[in-house]
Design a protein around this ligand. Structure first.
Ligand code: 5AD
Ligand code: SF4
Length: 459
């Protein structure tokens, strides 16, 4: 029997880290670790970190500063605490973290979380463990599927990683270096995990990958399956009523996947398809390998297949060499497409990426001004989209209790948060809700009764 210990995992960054944090919880369970929500008393604190922009990476070092004080106090009180850094900062800066932050007992990259119990034993024996080996196949083979109560019964929605890494090498991005080259999970493994989730009451699964639509996992027939085919197969699993995937690259939106959007009611009409910029010059400098026009045509094809599809994107402003005219081209593209949501960032030079040392780095004030303008337009598009939903009756997956007693919260097919007064017994159900109001971040509605049903958003 192993000793009972508690672990607190703090997750930064993308959904894949959220998924990985759960897998760490699962990997630690056989070693006697139970998750806790109280950092102050945890026996082990793990930071699952993000390296995508400088700010994200810097957060780790300030958190480690706070943990140093806590760790010292805990040692004095005779209740020692271990501190580990996982995720992409660990992968990129392993040795540097160890040198810069003596508080850290363990540094582990995203590929070998299944070996955590062993690493922690070594750390307890006084070793400073730094493990940043690339072992993606081993990760998929060895990482436990959702097994602990906390990770399997998290709720009615779940993430499922199907692909990791990226071979695209956009010139601004650290991902190909921190997560390694593209690798897809075998289809059978994915189906088994999805069935397990459905069996535990999950109604909606979001398939994850750094380049999820480049998925090419080995199918049961020995051939490589694309994402379209995988999604069609997952749609056959009873109980899995909603499927989503993120994040995609425009170059990998193939015909099969577009057809899946046309044919599968389970595949939600929402697509996060980052374009980054609307200027062909900047797109080329970013090594995106498509033009703004290619993107617009692609969106036209996707919309022809699924007219009510809602689109979201990522944007970078102030990429090296970006002129006012380039930036205006981005604004024009945004107006042309019309997004329901978006993430936009100031370009952040990342050491080791090709764009980091380029000439024409843009002044911080210019980046800030461009970001503000872009975000203003995007926010208005989100508001206008949400406003168009008011008065419609739409299927809402009820996910959790709302803020007030008697209230529940769920999501529309277009990923809008919806609040309504209803019994929490409805959690896990998809109910028709008539949207009656609009707040900044969410919609409010009432269960559809006698209102005329005008579902669908096609405009
Ligand atoms: N600077 C700013 N934003 C970046 N992103 C990736 N790398 C950088 C960078 N160096 C953004 C991109 C990507 C999202 C996940 O983060 O928009 O799509
Ligand atoms: Fe980074 Fe995405 Fe480009 Fe890959 S496709 S390099 S993850 S921005």
């Amino acid at each position: 029997m192993s000793v009972k210990r508690t672990v607190y995992i703090k997750t930064y960054g993308c959904q894949m880290n959220v998924y990985d944090s759960d897998r760490m919880t699962d990997a630690l369970a056989p070693a006697g670790y139970v998750p806790t929500d109280t950092l102050e008393t945890a026996d082990l604190v793990l930071l699952n970190t993000c390296h995508i922009r400088e700010k994200a990476a810097e957060k780790v070092y300030s958190e480690l500063g706070r943990l140093r004080v806590l760790k010292e106090a805990r040692a004095e009180a005779g209740r020692p605490m271990q501190v580990g850094v996982a995720g992409c900062v660990a992968q990129a800066e392993g040795a540097e973290i160890a040198a810069r932050a003596p508080v850290v007992d363990l540094v582990v990259g995203p590929q070998t979380y299944h070996r955590l119990p062993d690493y922690l034993d070594r750390a307890r024996r006084g070793e400073r463990v730094v493990e940043t080996e690339f072992a993606p196949e081993e990760k998929f083979e060895q990482l436990p599927a959702p097994t602990t109560e906390r990770t399997i019964a998290r709720g009615v929605t779940a993430f499922l990683t199907i692909q990791e890494g990226c071979d695209k090498f956009c010139s601004f991005c650290v991902v190909p270096y921190t997560r390694g080259s593209e690798i897809s999970r075998p289809v059978a493994q994915i189906i088994a995990e999805a069935e397990r989730l459905a069996g535990a009451g999950v109604r909606e699964v979001t398939l994850l990958g750094q380049n999820v639509n480049a998925f090419h996992g080995e199918g049961p027939d020995g051939r490589a399956w694309g994402l379209g085919r995988l999604v069609s197969r997952l749609a056959e699993i009873p109980g899995l009523d909603r499927l989503r995937y993120t994040t995609s690259h425009p170059r990998d939106m193939d015909d099969d996947l577009i057809a899946a959007h046309r044919d599968l009611p389970q595949l939600m009409p929402y697509l996060h398809l980052p374009v980054q910029s609307g200027s062909d010059r900047i797109l080329a400098a970013m090594n995106r390998r498509h033009t703004a026009e290619d993107y617009v045509r692609l969106i036209e094809r996707i919309r022809a297949a699924r007219p009510d599809i809602a689109l979201s994107s990522d944007f970078i402003v102030g990429f090296p060499g970006e002129t006012d005219a380039d930036f205006e081209a981005t604004l024009r593209l945004v107006e042309t497409i019309g997004y329901v949501a978006a993430f936009s960032f100031k370009y952040s030079a990342r050491a080791g990426t090709p764009a980091a040392d380029r000439e024409g780095q843009i002044a911080e004030a210019v980046k800030a001004e461009r970001l503000e303008r872009l975000q203003g337009i995007l926010a208005e598009q989100t508001r206008a989209f949400n406003a168009r939903t008011v008065g419609l009756t739409i299927p809402v997956l009820i996910e959790k209790s709302g803020r007030r007693p008697g209230q529940v919260a769920g999501r529309s097919p277009w990923l809008q948060a919806v609040h309504l007064d209803a019994d929490t017994k409805l959690i896990g159900e998809i109910v028709d809700v008539t949207i009656t109001g609009l707040a900044t971040m969410s919609l409010s509605g009432v269960r559809a009764g006698t209102e005329p049903n005008r579902s669908g958003l096609a405009s």
